[in-house]
Write a protein of this length. Structure first.
Length: 557
């Protein structure tokens, strides 16, 4: 491989890396055909709506319950606190909705005394974080500000507790009785929800069950490759609902398994149970708020009839193991793009190492060594080919000089020389090209996996998902994301690249040689704001490559 080919390959690699970093978030999903929502009241579907066996039966009418509360009975607003080993939540009986949901095992910063992660980021006046109910065009049972009766004041679950239920009841002025039952588990982020509706009026209620999530997206993402926004799994494919402009909206109709809002490391998801078809509408409101609504197929509830709709809720980390254990195909929310088929096995290997090491930094080092061993034959062949090419550089220079005015003859002479000495000019490039998908897969998981969030390594590196900084300066350094400090690990990585560059055959063209020598500096600036876990991988990989190159250079020809 001559100097121009080496330079072209390296520069192409840098361009690909820069493109992935700066423009990956601007790629739009392929345009999908948007279906029309079903006509309301087309058929009677009351008996066809399945019920979750684990949840309380739907509410009875006031006569059936033996109670005769007056329609529109005033009920005071109340809050119910729910606490489990995993989270602390506050439910309001208006709606009802979730007013706060704090994850106990995840903090806002590496400081152990920092506040826990709050999944509900809405302020007063922004609407409800979660709204689930029966919506009718005629207004029957569709008041999102309805005040519900609730008996519980607080629910507390210990590690060995049985699941507990929180029941909200309401009778609307139009004769509908609504019951919403939440079921909590002590060892899961899962919450079961069943909404039951009984029609005590003399007219048919037509409408559909709907579930709505609202969230305020952050101004800046903390992870380079993560997606922040509304997402759904439809027809077994992940759909990212990218809404950039105010009042922009998108509608999807099909087989919807779940809908969610996700940020860098956490996800709030609603899983409708028992519906094969549904419609999802995502909208960015003028206030900047993101709103995603799932609508089940329309139905009719006749006088004295009742029906229910079940959902499974998840508010927690985008942890691949936890989501896989949750089921419902929610693990597909952890998506690494075109590298997914490679990235997820590597992530499982990283988990495997950490089970025994209990240090993700050391686990990254072991994973890097394992990847290096797997590619050792290819890289060994690459370095040997480059060494053989270095020996031929004087002869190649003479051929270029002799036939500089005859390109066709020059290429024939060069190919004859390669054939004589049994050297493949592409032998140094092909093994590296094969490794590029693996590198980008590692780039994605080390820069976007929640497992590395606030995960300490050693010494000053206490967060593998953040850039490494030794000391924090009170002033800002150009090109360096805050906090400013000494990026020791990044500087060591740049030094290792410089050493590796010195061991690589020097291009015959002095201009090309100077450009190649600038690459370690370029990569150092490029990596200065990358997560320290990714920089650690690159540093260890460089050290192993230096050792491999040294061994080849010292081996007899």
């Amino acid at each position: 491989m001559d100097a121009k080919t080496i330079l072209a390959f390296v520069l192409s690699f840098v361009v690909l890396l820069l493109w992935s970093f700066f423009f990956s978030q601007n790629e739009e999903q392929a345009t999908r055909k948007e279906g029309e929502p079903a006509e309301i009241g087309q058929e009677r579907r009351v008996v066809e709506v399945p019920k979750a066996p684990a949840v309380s039966p739907p509410p009875q009418t006031p006569t059936q319950e033996g109670r005769k509360p007056e329609a529109g009975l005033a009920v005071s607003e109340r809050e119910v606190k729910v606490e489990t080993p995993l989270y602390r939540a506050v439910f309001g009986n208006v709606g009802p909705t979730i007013k706060s949901f704090k994850l106990k095992k995840y903090r806002q910063s590496t400081d152990p005394d920092s506040p826990p992660i709050e999944m509900v980021g809405l302020e007063q006046g922004m609407g409800d974080f979660l709204s689930v109910g029966f919506q009718s065009p005629k207004g029957l049972g569709g008041n999102p500000k309805a005040v519900y009766e609730v008996d519980e004041k607080a629910i507390r679950l210990g590690p060995e507790s049985s699941p507990r239920e929180l029941v909200f009841r309401q009778r609307t002025e139009d004769g509908l009785s609504v019951q919403k039952v939440f079921r909590f588990y002590p060892d899961r982020y899962r919450i079961d929800l069943e909404v039951g509706v009984a029609n005590g009026s003399e007219q048919t209620a037509q409408g559909a069950f709907e579930a709505t999530l609202r969230a305020v997206p952050p101004e800046e993402k903390s992870s380079y490759y993560s997606y922040v926004g509304l997402v759904l799994l439809m027809n077994d494919e992940l759909e990212e609902v990218k809404l950039k402009k105010a009042s922009e909206e998108k509608t999807f109709t099909g087989d919807i398994d779940w809908v969610a809002y996700e940020d860098d490391y956490f996800i709030s998801a609603v899983v409708p149970e028992g519906h094969s078809k549904g419609t999802f509408k995502g909208e960015r409101l003028a206030s900047g708020l993101l709103e995603g609504s799932y609508s089940a197929p329309s139905l009719s509830i006749g006088p004295s009839e009742q029906t229910s709709s079940a959902y499974t809720l998840y508010f927690g980390p985008r942890d691949l193991d936890i989501l896989k254990d949750f089921g419902k195909k929610l693990d597909k929310a952890v998506d690494f793009g075109w590298t997914d088929i490679i990235a997820k096995p590597l992530l499982y290997v990283l988990h495997f190492f950490n089970q025994y090491i209990h240090n993700f930094g050391v686990s990254i080092i072991l994973l890097t060594i394992l990847v290096k061993i797997l590619f050792w034959p290819l890289t060994h062949k690459s370095y040997k080919s480059m060494k053989e090419m270095q020996k031929l550089q004087p002869r190649l220079a003479k051929i270029r000089e002799k036939y500089k005015n005859n390109k066709e003859q020059m290429n024939k002479e060069m190919m004859a020389l390669y054939k004589t000495y049994k050297v493949n000019p592409m032998g140094g490039c092909l093994p590296m090209i094969i490794q590029i998908p693996v590198f980008f897969a590692l780039f994605r998981i080390l820069g976007n996996a929640i497992e590395l969030r606030h995960a300490p390594f050693m010494l000053w590196i206490n967060d593998l998902s953040a850039p490494d900084r030794l000391f924090h300066f009170p002033f800002k350094i150009p090109f360096m994301a805050p906090p400013s400090g000494i990026p020791v690990l990044t500087l060591l990585m740049g030094a290792s690249m410089f050493i590796q560059q010195k061991m690589t055959p020097t291009p015959g063209d002095p201009t090309q040689a100077k450009i190649m020598m600038f690459l370690p500096i370029i990569f150092t600036f490029l990596f200065i704001n990358f997560p320290s876990g990714l920089v650690l991988y690159w540093l260890v990989n460089n050290i192993l490559s230096i050792g491999q190159q040294y061994r080849i250079h010292k081996s007899p020809a």
